[in-house]
Design a protein. Sequence first.
Length: 188
Amino acid sequence: MTEATKVLYIVVVDEEAKREKGKESFRYTRPVLQSSLQLMGCKPRHAFKISQRVFELIRNESSSSVLLPEGTEIGSPNVVCDALAEYKYVGPNQRADLALACRIRERKESVTVLLCGTSGCGKSTLSSLLGSRLGITTVISTDSIRHMMRSFVDDKQNPLLWASTYHAGECLDPVSVAEAKAKKKAKN
């Protein structure tokens, strides 16, 4: 009676990173692979099933060969891409999208996301959720950015920067505001 092979993690090989010497391999457990697949655009339930399928395929591949020579790579991006294709995640840049998602996950690629909107529309909530999903560890609020910018400009040069968001309208030119209101009223 033979014992079933248990695959604890896989290594997704990025050819670009492979060429760079001294780069460590990143180990993808099933949940980490799942979150990387979500990062490249898979729906959460599909990412769960695809990551299960990848580990199943690799487990079957590794159990079929009794003894592997040292340095043999089990699985490849082809295994992940084949599993993606089973769930209709096929595109012209599928392999590149997977490699980019892996580089972001491994912190080899930086990501900057800017969210804009009016006060109270949910930017902070969305940025926290998005940061969590993308694995972004630093989320900076507009208050922090505004505070930093104030160190370069005094309140006379840019009064809007020094005004509270809720009172910024008070710093606008009253003549311009009256003209804008008149134009809006004329349109209606």
